[in-house]
Design a protein around this ligand. Structure first.
Ligand code: C2E
Ligand code: MG
Ligand code: MG
Ligand code: MG
Length: 278
């Protein structure tokens, strides 16, 4: 009867939830093991200027799970829910700093690398100190490292983040606001932060065929320039998008139209041929 059916259904859903949460537990255990075995690596996605010269690259987190490369979408939220993200990001950061000498040796001009840092890593007590000592350890005096921070991280503890940026800028670390335009923030905070880049979120680039989105994008670029910030457009996939963004005077461009995120050996090969211009 109906009641019995309802109970069966409830039972079915409960089982579904149990399966989901046990899958999550399994993934969490696998991630803990992967942290111990250092199975996280950066892929590098170059970004370019208007003439398609490589002017930098973003280090994007990948999980090497028995030779299968997994994207952040599969596991980042679990890393962030646990404190594992801090270990993973410091692992990736050190690999990036370790690649400095190679990158430098392949290029006429420096190709700076950006890393994405979560709020958990940014809030680590001795982040600035340990970063500065790691830069020294790897012999990095030039402006090689850029840190990408998503908009909403700034509001966790605005004054703390502001001071952190000021402190690290003294050691030639630069900052970008990532996924700009997706938070619900007031714009006045931009004038208070010593950042250099603003990354225009992929959703604006995707929406460029829409007049309103196009106008907003144009305003973002204008705003950035009036505050002396450079703009990097994310997710540029077509020539049309590239042309429109160039006409809006966007500074730099990142997306599949130019380069996909690459394993470091492939990235090295590319910069070996193209050099770096800045
Ligand atoms: P993000 O920082 O905005 O990075 C750009 C994302 O867009 C990357 O996805 C990149 O592969 C993708 N992308 C680049 N060009 C194109 C394009 O032309 N079309 C499309 N559709 N996508 C493009 P990915 O590597 O899957 O990373 C996703 C997000 O995960 C990143 O977005 C970032 O928020 C986060 N993430 C990656 N690495 C780290 C990390 O080390 N720490 C933290 N906290 N977050 C990270
Ligand atoms: Mg990013
Ligand atoms: Mg982004
Ligand atoms: Mg994004």
């Amino acid at each position: 009867d109906a009641r019995q059916k309802g109970e069966n259904q409830a039972g079915f859903f409960r089982k579904d939830i149990e399966t989901k949460s046990s899958q999550k537990l399994k993934l969490k255990a696998e991630l803990e093991l992967a942290v111990l075995n250092k199975k996280f690596i950066p892929f590098y996605q170059p970004y370019v200027d208007k003439d398609k010269n490589i002017v930098g690259a973003e280090a994007l987190l990948r999980w090497n799970k028995n030779g299968k490369i997994l994207l952040p979408g599969k596991f980042l939220s679990i890393l962030e829910d646990t404190s594992l993200i801090v270990d993973v990001e410091s692992m990736v950061l050190n690999q990036v700093l370790g690649d400095f000498k190679t990158i430098k040796s392949y290029c006429k001009h420096l190709v700076p690398i950006s890393v994405n840092l979560s709020i958990q890593s940014l809030m680590q007590k001795h982040l600035a100190q340990s970063l500065v000592s790691n830069l020294k350890y790897f012999g990095i005096n030039e402006p090689f490292l850029r840190i990408e921070i998503i908009e909403r991280s700034f509001f966790n503890d605005f004054n703390y983040i502001r001071r952190l940026i000021d402190e690290l800028r003294q050691s030639s670390v630069h900052f970008a606001i990532d996924d700009f335009g997706t938070g619900y923030s007031s714009l006045s905070y931009l004038t208070k932060l010593n950042v250099e880049f603003l990354k225009i979120d992929i959703s604006f680039v995707r929406g460029l065929s829409n007049t309103q989105t196009k106008n907003i994008t144009k305003s973002i670029i204008y705003l950035a320039h009036s505050l002396n910030l450079k703009t990097i457009a994310e997710g540029v996939e077509s020539m049309e998008q590239f042309e429109i963004l160039k006409n809006m005077d966007c500074d730099y461009f990142q997306g599949y139209l130019f380069y996909k995120p690459l394993p470091k050996e492939e990235f090295f090969e590319i910069i070996k041929c193209k050099g770096g211009v800045l």
